[in-house]
Design a protein around this ligand. Structure first.
Ligand code: HPA
Length: 236
């Protein structure tokens, strides 16, 4: 039991997939996993533990934004002794060089968030993925012939803003897309010596206003879900 997750200590696997949306976590558990148990539903942030091709995995919800995933990932790493968290989410592309449905394995997350500085004294505005998961995701994508791009992304604290320009922190750190969570996940993993990666599907291209429609979303995210699950099998 922790403050925000009510699972028993033994009910969370060492490898966790985190989606922003609790219903996406439920979808993954029901579609892909066997022997699934709902192990926590505090605040409707569902966590399911079960087997994927014989490997025990937990899939759960992070909520939106650095503060929310900061809480869930910290409790998973420290109260449940989780080794690896792979975030799966969507992002908005800052450039038309990225297309909707593109899959990204995040190299580094840059942010205007004060999270890493005030939580852990981590200096600077950019944090790398942590540990071996990133490399394993890259290798797994190659094996499965899933097209996967690599770049830095902006973990923004802000979804709606006045200016249409790409924020300075994103430009400075060559971020090609924006989401809202990877930075504090990577900060927690760095401070705690844990493994963390983030895989994103481009759901919208900001300059062209292209986006994946609501009914395309279910199938659009399947390659990312499958890559994340298959990567878990290759973790060890
Ligand atoms: N901004 C922030 N997060 C996002 C976006 C966006 O445009 N698209 C998907 N996640």
């Amino acid at each position: 039991m922790s403050l925000h997750i009510s699972a028993k200590p033994e009910d969370i696997a060492k490898t966790v997939l985190l989606a922003g949306d609790p219903l996406r976590a439920k979808f993954i558990a029901e579609k892909y996993m066997q022997g699934v148990e709902l192990v926590s539903q505090t605040r409707n942030a569902f966590y399911f533990t079960g087997n994927y091709k014989g490997k025990r995995i937990t899939v759960g919800a992070s909520g939106m934004g650095c503060p929310s995933i900061g809480i869930y990932s910290y409790e998973l790493f420290t109260e449940y002794d989780v080794d690896t968290i792979i975030r799966i989410g969507t992002c908005g592309a800052y450039t038309p060089k990225l297309k909707v449905f593109d899959l990204i394995n995040v190299d580094e997350a840059a942010s205007e968030s004060t999270y890493a500085k005030y939580a852990w004294g981590i200096k600077g505005d950019v944090i790398k993925h942590q540990g071996k998961a990133h490399k394993i995701i890259k290798k797994t994508a190659k094996e499965l012939k899933i097209a996967l791009k690599h770049c830095n992304i902006h973990s923004s604290d802000i979804f709606y803003r006045k200016s249409k320009e790409v924020p300075k922190v994103a430009e400075k750190n060559k971020c090609l897309a924006v989401e809202m969570e990877a930075f504090s996940l990577f900060a927690n993993a760095q401070y705690l010596g844990k493994t963390a990666a983030t895989i994103l599907t481009v759901s919208d291209v900001i300059p062209t206003h292209e986006f994946i429609s609501a009914d395309q979303r279910e199938t659009a995210l399947l390659p990312m879900m499958e890559l994340a699950l298959e990567s878990c099998l290759n973790l060890d």
